[in-house]
Design a protein around this ligand. Structure first.
Ligand SMILES: [Zn+2]
Length: 327
């Protein structure tokens, strides 16, 4: 009695898979041609349905499956080698779909490129990444960078939903990059103190112009009285941007407003008496590890308990433009 060796069984299984894939692909190619013809005739009422997508669902194909098979058949009319590549297992169906998309949109193509050859050299995921990147470059007209993030299922669902809604508002399917850009822009528009300060500044200037008023700060904006603290806050932001003002500290995220001369010691709420610091620098300042003194030249220096100079605040006028986030 002979027992089949695992290696023999594996080889047998592998051959079966190869044969089945060949069979599957040739059926898919034939199916694609039939679907394409039906899509062109465009008479789905005869099958008690109205659209190509619904027709696909009715016969047991998902709409995207049916669409990609018909797209492949359509693309292979111009480039027969596409079908050969699929049949000879050189590329996957999804890759063929992406090659077909580049064929349909010549603006995605760079001189000397052959996407069919690229497809045969990379994985489906590689080609998807290259195509997304190229689409983003063409859309924005600028070089782009890739961002790889690990997402929870929930974040994935949220992002896809955002992408759908952005696409709906634009009227065509946007790239992941464009969706991300729109979502970030929207968040900043609603929550970024720097943008808010810019908007308030513009409104202040309008109010000033209409009142022909004098003085450094209007206390009335759009006919409403503005609280001194709100005025102080926007003045601070205008002066140095949304960052810790301690020279050398790059903190831009966790920030608090502090008084140079503490209020409890008689300091005023005047914008000139305020600075913005990170949590750490604010805590050090409030616990008396150092205090601030303004020198005659206007520099604000940090003096510790021993009287030693331990640093200074940035000069708001010296903050380079490129330190600020793009508008
Ligand atoms: Zn800091």
């Amino acid at each position: 009695m002979t027992v089949a060796l695992p290696i023999a069984r594996t080889t047998e299984l592998h051959q079966g898979v190869v044969d089945d894939v060949s069979l599957l692909r040739s059926v898919q190619v034939r199916l694609g041609k039939r679907l394409l013809e039906l899509r062109r005739i465009d008479r789905f009422g005869a099958f008690q349905t109205t659209t190509f997508s619904l027709y696909c669902e009715q016969v047991g194909l998902s709409a995207s499956e049916g669409r990609s098979l018909a797209d492949l058949a359509e693309a292979s009319e111009k480039r027969p080698s596409l079908v050969d590549a699929v049949l000879e297992r050189g590329i996957t169906l999804s890759q063929a779909g992406m090659v077909a998309e580049v064929d349909r949109r010549p603006e995605l193509l760079r001189p000397g490129e052959d996407w069919l050859r690229m497809a045969s050299q990379g994985t489906t995921a590689d080609l998807r990444r290259w195509l997304d990147r190229r689409k983003e470059e063409v859309r924005s007209g600028r070089p782009v960078t890739s961002l790889e993030v690990a997402l929870t299922d929930r974040a994935d669902v949220l992002f896809r939903r955002c992408r759908d809604l952005v696409s709906r508002s634009v009227g065509s399917m946007v790239t992941p990059g464009q969706a991300l850009e729109t979502v970030c822009d929207d968040y900043l528009e609603r929550h970024d103190p720097e943008r808010k300060a810019d908007r308030l500044k513009a409104r202040d200037e309008e109010a000033k112009a209409s009142l022909k008023g004098s003085g450094p700060e209007p206390s009335w904006v759009d006919g409403r009285r503005v609280a001194p603290s709100a005025l102080a806050k926007r003045t601070l932001l205008r002066r140095a941007g949304d960052r810790c003002w301690v020279k050398g500290c790059g903190e831009r995220v966790f920030l608090q407003r502090a008084h140079i001369h503490p209020v409890r010691a008689g300091g005023s709420n005047d914008p000139g008496n305020q600075f913005q610091g990170c949590w750490e620098h604010h805590k050090q300042h409030d616990s008396g590890e150092w205090f601030l003194r303004t020198r005659v030249d206007g520099t604000v220096v940090m003096i510790d308990k021993r009287g030693a100079n331990v640093g200074h605040l940035i000069d708001p006028e010296m903050v380079p433009e490129d330190e600020r986030p793009p508008p």
